[in-house]
Structure formats: structure tokens, C-alpha cells
Design a protein around this ligand. Structure first.
Ligand code: ATP
Ligand code: MG
Length: 430
């Protein structure tokens, strides 16, 4: 019977006949024996192939081929403390399916080389671990929203207006006209709360990020939600529940992968709701007390976020930012209109912002005033303005960068490791 490697690494299979399929991870010849470590999507196992036990042509071919050759091995499982995963298959039949010679990725290749060969590097055990964590995070996110009564929906990717400001828009030719790739699905989600009330989407967002940081991609997966009748605090509660849920699911399902990546689990295990809330002005004082060079009114850059959050051991919500440093749609605080009712969630350990969210302006006059202040033409946003004319309601939303989250949870050094094919200012291949 054909098994996945991880299924058979247990005592009940000892001396049983098993077949596995996978790729050669390591290979070593010792006299009449060839030791092959085979990997599949689940784990690795050592196989020992003795010359006289298998077809001679197959033995010769096995001796020649290199790592990443695909292979089928049939044999008896034995316990072996010296083998990398504690068991060994004593082969009596092998079949080389797709040979591989001179696999380009060897030890100590540069980061640039690995990125150019990402199509091959995705096979590494490290990338495999990250991709599994990513799978769990995406699955758990859908579970969370559905459980919470949010409907899944989708906005378009070709758009004509900016959500986050013009400087990071990608322009694309569109049948003799201009269109842009969307920076966020927020405005479309806002239209959909009038039919579904609570909506979410998981979709790409595109941003022409010109600065090189460890936290910006030009194409990233964005989980966004919007809910009618929600105020800032209501949404922060859903978000902290979501973050704790996602972490729990990853700890349940992917502990082995986290350990493989040498992630410090203690910090993740200690994360509980409610998260601390800090006003922007408090954060600025906190930053100044920790020798970060920042003044009231400054936006947090990547470096400041790193320095500030190195002092955190759990996520912190930052609220009440000055109105000038947030996009026009944020609702001014009725108690102090110089600040807006927003929230960014900063991940600890130097990771920084993973969520941006807040209450949206729902009164027509206020929205038109804010657009005028920012020099925006309401006609360009006619449909967004319409929402405030026909039965407007208070509402709040947020956006979570999926790669930012995975970057933090997996304890990665750069966001580009959190996605199979990263797109950055310098990279659109493979
Ligand atoms: P930053 O200040 O880090 O550039 P932002 O304020 O532009 O973030 P938002 O517009 O609030 O971000 O977007 C919502 C979320 O999307 C962010 O909290 C972050 O998790 C994620 N995000 C934003 N830009 C990027 C990017 N270039 N690459 C990956 N994720 C991003
Ligand atoms: Mg940005």
C-alpha cells in the first residue's frame, strides 16, 4: 500500500511492507548499500537499498541520479535510532520516476540566487514548513469569519480610484483608458454592508511600494472586513478574537513546523485577549521614552515600528491618530475632531503593524468636507459618496496583511519568505 511518510513513522508499521513516493533529499553510497533519505510533503525517511535486493538496472540508475530525483520505494519498515526520523525502510523494489542531475540549489547559496530559483526553493523543508503555516492561517481565517456571521464577498481588482493615496497606485492600460490595480477592497466592502451587514474578503492588494523594507510587498494578500452598526471598539474585539484564534489554530496544527523554523513558542502561547489599547499620543511618549526619534504628528515608519515594538511582548492597538496622517475616510472623534476613531494593531518583537482599521465617516457633510480638505473630487468617488445619501449607517472595518501576520507568527526575518512568489520593487520573476 502507498503511504505518506509521516503515516508510517510509528511502531505499528515495523516489519510491515510499505510503499512511499517522494523525492531524494540526500543520498550516500557505502559499498553495496545506498542510503537514500526520501522526502514527501509530510516528512523524511531513510531508505536503505542493498545491491542484491533490487533490480540491478534500477540500482545502477539510483547510484547515478542526484537529489530531487522522484522515486518510489517499496520495502519493510525497521526501527533505527540512527536514521533521521527514527525508522528506516529496507527496500526490495525501487523505481526512478523522474531523474534529476545537478540540482542547482546546494548549500550556502545567496539569497538572490534562492529568489531567482524560487520555483525550486519552494521544495526546501524550510519553505514547506512556511507554506503549511500559511495554509493553516488562510483556512482558520475563513473559519473565524464564517463562525462570526460574516459573509464572504469579492471586490474588483481593476479600479479607477485610490483608497490609500495616489503614490502607490499601479496604473494599467485598459482598452485605451487608464485603470489601476486595487490597493484595498475596502470601499467595495463598504457598499456591500447595505445588503449583507457583515462582510469579509481575502484578496490581493497591489501597492507600488518604492521603499525597501522588510515588511512591504508590491502584491500581498489582504483580509478585509467591514461591518454595519459597528463602532471602533466593536471591531477591535472581533480582531483580537481573530488574532488569538489564528494563533491557536497554528499552534494546534503546525507546532512541528514552528519548531523546525526555531520559532520561540512561549511568546505565541502567552498571547491572550484583550490586547492593550494605547492612544497615539501615549505611543509617541512611550517611543520618546525608549529613545525613538519621533514627534507628535509623525506617521510611524518601518524603522520606528521596529524599535517601538521590540519593547512589546503582545500585540497592542494604537488608536486616535491625528487626522492629518490618516486617509480621508476615517471618522473624526466627536470628542476631539483633531483625531480619528481608528486603530492599528502592532505585533510585538519588532514586527509592527499587521492591521489597519477604523470607523468610517458615515455622515455626508463630514465626508464631503474631508474630501475638500484633501483636495479630492467627490465626482471621482460618486458611488462612495452615494452610500452616505441612501440610508447611511455607522460602520467600521479593517485590513489584515496576511503575509505580515505569517511573517510574525513564523518568526521570519523578511516578509518575502511568507509568500510562495514574492513581488517586490525589484522582482517579478519567477
Ligand atoms: P504601512 O504603514 O506598513 O505601509 P499601511 O498603513 O499602508 O501600512 P493599510 O493601508 O492600513 O497599511 O493596510 C492594511 C494592512 O495591509 C496593513 O496593516 C498591513 O498588514 C498590510 N499591508 C499594507 N501594505 C502592505 C505591503 N506593501 N505589503 C504587505 N502588507 C501590507
Ligand atoms: Mg503603506
Amino acid at each position: 500500500m502507498v503511504y505518506h511518510i509521516d503515516e508510517i513513522l510509528r511502531d505499528e508499521y515495523i516489519d510491515k511492507k510499505v510503499t512511499i513516493r517522494g523525492w531524494i533529499y540526500r543520498k550516500r553510497r557505502v559499498g553495496k548499500l545506498i542510503f537514500v533519505v526520501v522526502r514527501d510533503s509530510t516528512n523524511i525517511v531513510q531508505c536503505v537499498v542493498e545491491k542484491n535486493n533490487v533490480n540491478p538496472d534500477n540500482f545502477k540508475l539510483l547510484d547515478k541520479v542526484g537529489v530531487e530525483t522522484s522515486i518510489i520505494v517499496e520495502g519493510y519498515l525497521r526501527k533505527d535510532e540512527r536514521a533521521p526520523t527514527g525508522y528506516e525502510i529496507q527496500a526490495d523494489r525501487i523505481e526512478i520516476v523522474g531523474p534529476s542531475y545537478n540540482f542547482p540549489i546546494t548549500k550556502d547559496k545567496s539569497d538572490e540566487f534562492l529568489l531567482d530559483n524560487r520555483h525550486l526553493w519552494v521544495r526546501s523543508r524550510e519553505m514547506t514548513a512556511i507554506l503549511k503555516i500559511r495554509d493553516t492561517v488562510f483556512g482558520a481565517l475563513h473559519e473565524f469569519f464564517r463562525e462570526k456571521g460574516y459573509y464572504e464577498t469579492h471586490g474588483p481588482m481593476f479600479v479607477t480610484g485610490a483608497v490609500e493615496g495616489g503614490s502607490t497606485l499601479f496604473e494599467v492600460p485598459y482598452f485605451g483608458k487608464k485603470a489601476y490595480l486595487t490597493q484595498s477592497s475596502q470601499f467595495y466592502l463598504e457598499t456591500l454592508i447595505y445588503s449583507l451587514e457583515k462582510v469579509y474578503t481575502v484578496a490581493p492588494s497591489f501597492r507600488a511600494e518604492k521603499s525597501r523594507t522588510r515588511r512591504h510587498l508590491t502584491e500581498y494578500w489582504h483580509a478585509e472586513a467591514e461591518a454595519a452598526w459597528y463602532h471602533n471598539e466593536d471591531m477591535m474585539r472581533d480582531e483580537e478574537e481573530m488574532v488569538v484564534y489564528l494563533i491557536q489554530r497554528v499552534l494546534e496544527e503546525r507546532k512541528r513546523e514552528l519548531q523546525f523554523l526555531k520559532r520561540d513558542l512561549e511568546i505565541l502561547e502567552g498571547i491572550e485577549k484583550p490586547f492593550k489599547r494605547m492612544r497615539y499620543e501615549e505611543l509617541i511618549r512611550f517611543a520618546q521614552d525608549h529613545s525613538v526619534n519621533i514627534q507628535y504628528g509623525d506617521d510611524l515608519g518601518a524603522d520606528e515600528e521596529t524599535m517601538i515594538t521590540q519593547n512589546f511582548d503582545a500585540p497592542v492597538f494604537i488608536t486616535h491618530y491625528p487626522i492629518e496622517i490618516k486617509p480621508f475616510y476615517h471618522r473624526p472623534d466627536p470628542e476631539n475632531p483633531k483625531v480619528v476613531l481608528c486603530h492599528d494593531l502592532l505585533a510585538p518583537e519588532g514586527y509592527g503593524e499587521i492591521i489597519g482599521g477604523g470607523e468610517r465617516i458615515y455622515k455626508l457633510e463630514v465626508l464631503l468636507q474631508r474630501m475638500e480638505d484633501e483636495g479630492l473630487n467627490p465626482e471621482d468617488y460618486y458611488w462612495y459618496v452615494d452610500l452616505r445619501k441612501y440610508g447611511s449607517v455607522p460602520h467600521t472595518g479593517f485590513g489584515l496583511g496576511m503575509e505580515r501576520f505569517i511573517w510574525w507568527i513564523a518568526g521570519l526575518s523578511h516578509i518575502k519568505y511568507a509568500i510562495p512568489y514574492p513581488r517586490t520593487i525589484r522582482r517579478t520573476k519567477p
